[in-house]
Design a protein around this ligand. Sequence first.
Ligand code: R5P
Length: 291
Amino acid sequence: MVKFTVIGGDASSDLAKRIARRLKAPYVKTERKVFPDGESKITINHIPKKSIVVVVQSTYPPVDTNLLELLSIVSKVQKFSSKIYTVIPYMGYARQDREFLDGEIITIGVVGKLLKASGVKKVLTVDIHSKLALKELKISSENVSAMEGLVKHFKKMKMKDPLVVSPDLGGQERAKEFASLLKTGSIALKKHRDRKTGKVNILSEKVVVKNRDLIIVDDMISTGGSIIKATQFLKRQKCKRVFVACTHALLVNNAAKKIKNAGVSQIISTNTIPGDSAKVDVSKVISDALK
Ligand code: R5P
């Protein structure tokens, strides 16, 4: 039997404990002290030796602080352990996977270089924003899906004949997968985002959703702009209730309240990012991939 030790960074300590329990592995705590100047000091309570070390840390806001903590943990642990799996359940910067406007930097590639330089050999992510982001990391990697867990949750909600909606064409495969697991249909809206202002608009003209309960499925919610615009559009088309399923709920700038005000009945997300909407646990899908 493989001997694992699981280390949880500050951003993912609860999820890391759950993964440790599933792997029947010891859990090692880390401590982060933030100095008045903003620097953080990371301490690992116990340095594991001669076991496979699983480091778990999402890089949600404060993104750079959480990223630096992850780099620091791996950099320390790799001196003592020959095998490390780096689990980054929510991978920040994954949306910066291409040069949308001239001069933009593909920052996910820079993150990849930093991870590599710190000793990361293998990365495991959950529903990373795009395949391209995973490619740009240029590290051996695996991406697992939280869709099954999210669908299981919605099945318990016993909704009658819901329709799954992707807020954009880029997410239509995800919506199709969700719909097929839920044994229902899906549609995708056409969305436009102004690359300079970040403003979102729905370009679709008409969809047949009258009197139906809808589940908008997305990989992540940041400001909520995409979900709000999609909900307002769908409500104008006389749909019934709107629910949201997403893997990573960042919900920055009071997004949860704004989304509710737009008419969404409930947001269901996973614990890649802790929070009120994080009802679905991804520890099983992660530990199964590690075994
Ligand atoms: C975009 O392609 C993503 O899948 C999400 O729809 C988007 O990043 C969410 O951001 P926001 O909540 O700020 O609209």
